[in-house]
Ligand binder design. Structure first.
Ligand code: ZN
Length: 228
């Protein structure tokens, strides 16, 4: 049996327990230890709750080295804990929902509350089915008036399927990024056809093209004119 003392010293526990036999059917059973011991994980309840809390912020391997339990057991304890948390924790459905992707090993769908600037959830991937399943399970979806998103079609399809009344808005960030990419492509194309001398005259041109108009110096404005 595994245990842990304070401060964090791992211990092994030898527990003597009684074995009984039923007089009626002669089946045997052990004395129950459920007040302090978790029989499923073969460790004390105190250690179990310590692992649960640690598993949210540390690697499973480091916890395993710390307490002596197998890394796989740590992972299972984490899974059980998450399941329990998911059953009890409820996030409020936002009025303005944000849908985007986040790259954690692979692209995943991330949902946010735009008004509160908080994270709502992260889904295992960004497929239409995954997002549809998530949105259909969300309570009070009638509350969602606006959905801000990237330009990933499955996100749009999912929202149209589950939240037909919500207004879809493409996040400005993605529009600006694509506009910048388009500008850069054209700039490179134009540059190709220029002589080295003209090119030298257009040094730092990229930054001029990216600047706000009011921030341009007189010299910048001349360069910008040359380009446009
Ligand atoms: Zn019996």
């Amino acid at each position: 049996m595994y245990g842990l003392t304070y401060p964090r010293k791992r211990v092994g526990l030898l527990v003597k327990r009684q074995r009984y036999r039923c007089r009626e059917c002669s089946q045997t059973f052990w004395e129950r230890l459920d007040y302090t011991i978790d029989e499923k994980r073969n460790c004390t309840k105190r250690l179990l709750s310590y692992i649960e809390k640690q598993s949210l912020k540390r690697t499973f391997v480091s916890i395993s080295e710390d307490v002596g339990l197998n890394e796989k057991t740590i992972r299972n304890i984490f899974r059980d804990y998450i399941k329990r948390l998911e059953e009890t924790l409820r996030f409020e459905t936002p009025k303005w929902l944000g849908i985007d992707e986040i790259h954690i090993i692979k692209p995943r769908c991330v949902l946010t509350n735009i008004e509160e600037r908080t994270l709502l959830d992260v889904l295992p991937n960004r497929n239409k089915e995954t997002v549809v399943r998530y949105l259909s399970r969300l309570p009070n979806t009638a509350r969602i008036a606006y959905v801000t998103m990237d330009m990933w079609q499955p996100h749009k399809d999912a929202v149209k399927a589950v939240l037909p009344k919500a207004i879809i808005i493409v996040d400005k960030f993605h529009v600006v990024r694509m506009a910048n990419q388009a500008l850069e492509t054209i700039r490179k194309q134009l540059r190709e056809g220029l002589s080295p001398k003209v090119r030298r005259g257009l040094m730092h041109d990229r930054f001029i093209l990216l600047k706000r108009h009011k921030e341009l110096t007189e010299m910048d404005k001349i360069t910008l004119d040359l380009w446009t």
